[in-house]
Design a binder for this molecule. Sequence first.
Ligand code: HEM
Length: 501
Amino acid sequence: MSTFIYFFWLLLLLLVTITFTKRFQTSKINLPPGPQKLPIIGNLHNLDGLLHICLQKLSKTYGPVMKLHFGFVPIVIVSSNKAAEEVLKTHDLDCCSRPETIATKKISYNFKDIGFAPYGEEWRALRKLAVIELFSLKKLNSFRYIREEENDLLVKKLSEASQKQSPVNLKKALFTLVASIICRLAFGQNLHESEFIDEDGMEELASRSEKLQAKFAFSNFFPGGWIVDRITGQSKSLEGLFSELDDFFNQVLDDHLKPGRSVLESPDVVDVMIDMMNKQGGDGSFKLTTDHIKGIISDIFLAGVNTSATTILWAMTELMRNPSVMKKVQDEVRTVLGESRQRITEEDLNQLNYFKLVIKETFRLHPTAPLLLPRETMSPIKVRGYDIPKKTQIMINVYAIARDPKLWENPDEFKPERFSDISVDYRGLNFELLPFGSGRRICPGMTMGIAMVELGLLNLLYFFDWVLPEGTTVKDIDMEEEGAVIISKKAPLELVPICPR
Ligand code: HEM
């Protein structure tokens, strides 16, 4: 009995010591400010509407480094270029992991991918392999003919619409353009001829995957939340969405593993990965598996299609709202390329200056991943003097930074000229403009994304003039956004293409 009492008191003393030490430590650290949290829900009551816009508003009150609680999970939001530089450059290595959620675990085949996997040996090996074998300049160039052919096809379809003077749903047309390019170069699937997926099926699948990624699950934010997820059916719907995606990826893989399949002169991404998997020796620690291949297919599908298509759509939307910019860019394009071209190639892009500024301004006003993908700290860091403990989620609000009036004059206006005298670029080195992120987790598909956006927009501007359908005016153009991680334009953009010649 006396031994029991002795241990009991020892345990009590230990608990008291831990509590006091913790209190002492907490009182010494300088945590970022933030709105008052409520028990259990934390700051969820402060979040209303699109997250990036809501967080932009809150940061006007609480500053560029603020702390919120999503349920039980502390999240730090960064909304200035200086703080973003500290996170993504100074502390890049300490901040380059990703938080693990139920949905991302599922969609990434248990983190066997690049986008959602936490930082570690496996992620490093996979990212290195992808950067060299899948996203290199050589690979990008080898797929150039696919981008050009798919653009030619779009121009053909738009020319038919222009003869009938019928409006085109540009959101759908651009989604099909980018999805067709990605499906050919990554999965070897020609969307116009595929046996198991067509354009509509593809659009449906992409919107489902976006929903899957963004699924709000109680289990992510509350201890024991899996019970709520079971009761509300959240877990079942996650499983359902995932199994549809998985069926598609299995079909892609099976198609590549069919005996007698001949690999074309430019093997697609899946061919390259299957080849690497078959050739790998028994040595070395990292082993490529079919789950890694599916994880990467899933990344490319999720990260590549909506982002690029939406960027071209926003560029066209802004140009329609700003006719003088539209005139100036079309004048440049047609003067530089001449009036009588039958088709456009990527070489034509080199000579265009104002056109490139239009794209820059589109990336500034409409970053498709306005909060990037969330990071997680691997050790304690200091940002702008505030302490951020280990295992804290960090979101960088690149949307808020790109519209910060301290950095940009009339930030909400679409004015490509603002870039003519400054050397700010969007490739991850200037922290006031980060549509592709920065640091170790920067978008590896950036060059491919830019190539698709530039060629797509150039074709639209060179071959057609654009007018709004009869009875509508510029004021009717709906600018509302939708989405969770990747934000797209909610309403379709209906325009009539006119052949100028
Ligand atoms: C306009 C087009 C695109 C935009 C705006 C974009 C933007 C982004 C952003 C903001 C991130 C997060 C970066 C960070 O956390 O710092 C990202 C990550 C990623 N993107 Fe892109 N992206 C585009 C196109 C593509 C394409 C075409 C692909 C592949 C074919 C791709 C593949 C990826 C992957 C795999 C990641 C995860 C990287 C990692 O966590 O290591 N993206 N992208």
